[in-house]
Design a protein around this ligand. Sequence first.
Ligand code: ADE
Length: 242
Amino acid sequence: MKIDVVSIFPGYLAPLRESLIGKAVSRGLIEVGVHDLRTWTSDVHRTVDDSPYGGGPGMLMRPEPWGLALDALAPLGGPQPRLVVPTPAGRPFTQALARELSAEPWLLFACGRYEGIDSRVAAYAADRMVVDEVSLGDYVLAGGEVAVLVMVEAIGRLLPGVLGNAASHEQDSFSDGLLEGPAYTRPEVWRGLPVPEVLLSGHHAGIARWRRDESLRRTAQRRPELLGAVSLDDADRAVLEQ
Ligand code: ADE
């Protein structure tokens, strides 16, 4: 997968060279390009922002540098990336969207700062590429960079070969619509706290049932709204009624 990121703080994206994603980059599984938006300014101050028409607080990003960035990175008539614009006004970023984006050959992330990007940029881009305005959650960050780090990590770990153990993301929270339950490793008793006995039993069906029950209980307690989208059998319902 090819990933391009445009930002006025390219240094903010340095963590893409670290850890899991960094390793995937050095192994050639992901190709990352980080670009400074100011490359596409022409005035001495390399201005990227201006005050909003109609008034109001804060500054907006002007459209011209963004138009030139799109033209340079994805020339008209050539192959086009899917454009992802992080914004608190976007649709929610979920595991399902991470999975959908992980199937794309090329993603281009446009990091807004200040009060965001002039709305014509997304409208203009939508004429030639798929555009998603995406929110991480109901809170406001200072810009899209941290949101991009989050999204690239969630998407990147789904790519074939990126995780050591292919099974490990099939058991993630959300892959079956439920939160993952508690998990334990050695020692068997730590500071007086034992590991639940069933996990030491070697009884695979019993362990799977216990894990399912714990996932159901935790989801009911912490994220009850998720249960509406999960198919439940009689055993599941019995646990939830306890
Ligand atoms: N930029 C600022 N706040 C954001 C949020 N909550 N999600 C995505 N991008 C953002």
